[in-house]
Design a protein around this ligand. Structure first.
Ligand code: F6P
Length: 488
């Protein structure tokens, strides 16, 4: 199979192509369109942040093209060399759906859903991580920097270090790192820590995540850790002694300018008006948008909203909740069950409270392009982020960046990484349904002056820390480490 797109050209001579900066992530930053088979840039902050850096440095991106069994030659897309890694049907089932998304994902999100531990899944995880490490090793130039992304690839740093001791390795963990008492459940807890410690810099979303990781390293491996510096023994092949790995928080953000620009476009603003009209112009539009994932607290949000309607504190003539739930990991049993539960609850609430002209919940099981998302953000009076555990939650930041009119109220769970930064949001504990109900009514009734004051402060924070600051700060620390290694 070859790449066909205006943006994409196939490398005929990829074996000789090497890059000074290599990003490695489970998915490539492009998706193949079902309509015309062309490659399109994937939506999302990571791609927006890293694309300019890779274009400037002639960098490469290693990842899975998203189709099981697809053998695709390396190709260039908009100035980035893309190096596809093949995953068979079985790899997808055992490594991606199994170990990554039914072991690590629930364990690292505080066991909201019980993690499954299967040796067969672990074996596939090791095998596939090795394949990613080999692909990165083959494309990295002498002394290159390799930046590994996220929990699907926790073993890549050490596997790559074995293959290529000359490269500087960074790893960024996009999801939470759990407290030691939970982490300790993992049958392969030592191997995963050693895998991560192959990196020179290990980045986390929150200070607490970096602390949890350092504690697990002390308890499981007995290495000395001090203020985020970890003394890691060198192998004999590396010359013995110790080296220092850094574990530190680098909270990720979004491409703020892109959201700002879209939100100022007259067609997007007109679409926001049209959305409100199509909902029957209710006084208040509540809005939630999440991947359909059990970590997002969608059920808790619906429970609080349903009770407010039942109590008569909200009236369906005045308020509508728009809930976008984008399809995700649909072959994993916990996700199938969640979908059934959410859709049953939505059906019940709508059945009980809808009138012919008004709906309680407009439920949309789709993904939308960024323009439509920004129009929805502009149409929403109150944004509901009620995650039970979330590494960061970029939806919260997207909402703020889109509110160029200075309006809107953000309700934000204290169990998101974003809550550490977005202190002017209305904070909630989503497990406390009474508190959540009060927060929703307080947000609806909040005086305009207070709404604007809070949104001003939130916008300042998001503007001052966008995704390019995030990548610059991580890569800056990595460059320092590579300088120190060169002089030690
Ligand atoms: O941030 C967590 C994460 O798993 C990313 O690694 C991933 O790109 C995104 O959520 C979507 O998940 P998936 O790739 O499993 O569809």
């Amino acid at each position: 199979m070859s790449a066909q797109s205006d943006h994409a050209t196939t490398h005929s001579d990829h074996a000789t192509t090497t890059a000074d900066l290599v990003v490695v992530s489970n998915r490539l930053p492009v998706d193949r369109s079902a309509e015309d088979d062309d490659w399109r840039r994937s939506p999302g902050g990571l791609v927006a942040a890293l694309e300019p850096v890779l274009q400037q440095s002639g960098g490469a991106w290693v990842g899975w093209p998203g189709q099981p069994g697809a053998e695709i030659e390396p190709f260039t897309f908009d100035g980035m060399a893309l190096v596809p890694v093949v995953l068979s049907e079985e790899d997808v089932e055992l490594y991606y759906e199994g170990f990554s998304n039914d072991t690590i994902w629930p364990l690292y999100h505080d066991v909201i859903s019980p993690p499954a531990y299967h040796r067969e899944w672990w074996d596939a995880y090791v095998r596939v991580n090795r394949r990613f490490a080999e692909a990165a090793a083959s494309v990295a130039a002498e002394g290159a920097t390799v930046w590994v992304q996220d929990y699907q690839l926790q073993l890549v740093p050490s596997l790559l270090r074995e293959l290529r001791p000359d490269v500087t390795i960074g790893y960024f963990h996009h999801i939470p790192f759990p407290a030691y008492g939970l982490y300790a459940q993992l049958p392969w807890r030592k191997q995963v820590l050693s895998g991560l410690l192959g990196a020179d810099v290990i980045g986390f979303q929150r200070v607490a995540d970096a602390g949890n990781f350092a504690r697990a390293v002390r308890r499981q491996l007995g290495y000395e850790t001090k203020a985020g510096s970890i003394k890691v023994p060198r192998t004999e092949a590396e010359g013995g002694g110790t080296r220092t790995a850094i574990a530190k928080a680098y909270p990720i953000s979004i491409d703020v300018a892109a959201y700002d620009e879209l939100a100022r476009r007259p067609d997007v603003q007109a679409r926001a008006k049209e959305i409100r009209e199509s909902l029957g112009n209710p006084k208040t539009v509540l809005f939630g948008v999440d991947r359909l994932d059990y970590t997002k607290g969608i059920g808790h949000r619906l429970k609080a909203y349903g009770e407010l309607l039942a109590d008569g504190r909200l009236d369906v003539e005045d308020v509508t909740l728009v809930q976008v739930a984008s399809p995700s990991r649909e072959r994993v049993a916990a996700y199938m069950q969640l979908r059934d539960e959410i859709e049953l609850t939505v059906g019940r609430i709508n059945g009980d409270y809808d009138t012919v002209g008004h709906t309680a919940i407009r439920y949309l099981h789709h993904s939308y392009p960024r323009e439509e998302m920004v129009a929805l953000y502009l149409a929403a009076d109150v944004m509901l982020v009620t995650a039970l555990r979330d590494g960061m939650n970029l939806v919260a930041k997207e909402y703020i960046a889109s509110r160029v009119d200075g309006g809107g109220v953000l309700i934000l769970s204290e169990f998101t990484g974003a809550a550490d930064e977005l202190t002017q949001a209305v904070r909630v504990n989503p497990h406390d349904i009474a508190g959540l109900k009060d927060a929703i009514t307080a947000a609806i009734e909040m005086p305009e002056a207070e709404r604007r004051r809070r949104m001003r402060a939130l916008r300042r924070r998001v503007r001052d820390h966008d995704v390019s600051d995030w990548s610059r700060s991580f890569l800056g620390d990595l460059a320092l480490r590579s300088g120190e290694a060169a002089t030690s």
